[in-house]
Ligand binder design. Structure first.
Ligand SMILES: [Zn+2]
Ligand SMILES: [Zn+2]
Length: 454
């Protein structure tokens, strides 16, 4: 028997975590944290698996919605074998300390056992790693018969170290896409898929509700970006770009630099900072170990200033500059949130958004505002009149929905389980798959809803 039970994520982009059971061999796919929720609310529901056998945990990539709850999972299941790619392991070392610090601030319950930074260091040492396209075995501690699972990671083209995960048990093949991108970005090459028929496909659907014509390829979107940026920079303004410190920071920094080198974008100071700068180094260090568009290119060679060294934000407006600041969705208290409050007042300057914004985030509010609007970044913040320019771009690290259908076309699954998308996205993907492939069984993942696969 093979079964699938979402314990987080499912029909939303949340604390992605899925439990698979192969004849008694329990495998967790991802261990995320919900980016918009706080404290215990942001963790997957580990209670759903407390009486089940859990033998291994595979991490698809180092974004918080896929790895952030790993320290808390390990508290509950200390003997589980954790495996990921070597690059994700290196990134986890940088990002897990961050998620533990954030949760510590949020959770004030006395009986909650905290995870210390020393324990995070120990946890990183416990994580085993496997290279892309190297098959390995996952065995169960309790169950031997028919329980062996062969596993292979495939480069998912999403961020450094990201993997699609192929699992095979008694000839039944399951492929979990994780977050996947079928086109190249500035640094990251496109995903690779298994060259075999898949029985069950667990598919992400982030852009299922977004018309593919609105998602230009990276190069075309770069040129549109340069044109709009030149309008601001040539008039003496500065541009704030909220980015995730992992992935979007590196790709946007590379993109801006290439545009400046080709003289398509006006030169100006570039500010980066914090965790993003540390992650830049991990990208450089791993440029030969993964498939890159240009493996010689180093982010460290780009001249950058550190925004943490600016004590007075007025500095940003003395000369035209571009500030790449996290967090990507301008979550309250982060650098991009603090800078945005100042930027919104600055007439000649602009905020450029470059990626996905979940509803109910300050980033979503900014994305949907135009000059002259009065907006409130959060319920508790004062109203601010929008004086700056706001432009929205879509530099996607996720596959367009037509590309997601191409994955179905190539892997020819009998079952598809849809994950990692809002209701509209899941609906579009589900009905499009059913329209095109009459014999495929499509189901939607939901927390606590077990799906019997075989
Ligand atoms: Zn991701
Ligand atoms: Zn994700």
């Amino acid at each position: 028997m093979i079964s699938f039970l979402p314990i987080g994520g499912g029909n939303e982009i949340g604390a992605n975590s899925y439990y698979l059971n192969f004849n008694g061999n329990g495998i967790i796919l991802d261990c995320g944290i919900h980016p918009q929720k706080t404290g215990l609310e942001s963790l997957p529901n580990f209670d759903l698996i407390k009486d089940k056998s859990v033998d291994s945990c595979l991490i698809s990539h180092a974004h918080q919605d896929h790895i952030g709850s790993l320290p808390f999972f390990v508290k509950n299941f200390p003997y589980v074998k954790i495996i990921t790619t070597p690059q994700t392991r290196a990134l986890a070392e940088l990002t897990l300390h961050n998620s533990v610090s954030i949760l510590k601030k949020e959770i004030e319950e006395d009986d909650f056992e905290f995870y210390s930074h020393d324990e995070v260091d120990l946890l990183i040492k416990m994580i085993d790693y496997k290279e892309y396209q190297n098959e390995f075995e996952l065995n169960s501690y309790h169950q031997q018969k028919d329980a062996k699972v062969n596993c292979t990671f495939y480069d998912a083209g999403h961020i450094l170290g990201s993997a699609g995960i192929l699992l095979e048990n008694n000839n039944h093949k399951i492929f979990y896409t994780g977050d996947i991108n079928l086109s190249s970005q500035t640094l990251q090459s496109a995903a690779r898929l298994p060259e075999t028929k898949i029985d069950t496909l667990i598919l992400e659907t982030t852009y299922g509700a977004t018309d593919s014509e609105l998602l230009l390829d990276w190069n075309s979107e770069s040129l549109r970006f340069a044109k709009e940026a030149n309008n601001i920079l040539n008039n003496g303004g500065s541009i704030l770009i909220p980015v995730f410190s992992l992935g979007k920071m590196q790709e946007m920094l590379g993109t801006i630099w290439h545009l400046m080198l080709k003289r398509k974008l006006t030169n100006g100071d570039i500010y980066t900072g914090g965790l993003g700068t540390k992650i830049n180094r991990a990208y450089d260090y791993n440029r030969f170990t993964v498939s890159r568009v240009d493996e010689e290119f180093e982010l460290n060679a780009i001249s950058q200033k550190d925004y943490y060294e600016i004590s007075n934000p007025e500095e940003f407006f003395k000369h035209p500059c571009i500030v790449l600041a996290s967090s990507g969705m301008m979550i309250k208290g982060t650098s991009s949130f603090i800078f945005a409050k100042r930027w919104l007042k600055q007439k000649d300057s602009a905020i450029f958004t470059v990626g996905y914004m979940a509803e109910d985030t300050p980033g979503y509010v900014v994305t949907n505002a135009v000059r002259g609007d009065k907006i409130q970044l959060t319920e508790l913040d004062e109203q601010i009149e929008v004086n700056c320019t706001i432009k929205n771009f879509k530099f996607s690290a996720h596959a367009r929905r037509e590309d997601l259908l191409k994955i179905v076309d190539k892997l020819k699954p009998d079952n598809v389980i849809l994950t990692h998308g809002d209701e509209e996205a899941l609906d579009w993907m589900g009905s499009s798959i059913l329209k095109k492939y009459k014999n495929i069984k499509v189901q939607t993942a939901a927390i606590g809803k077990e799906i019997k696969i075989l």
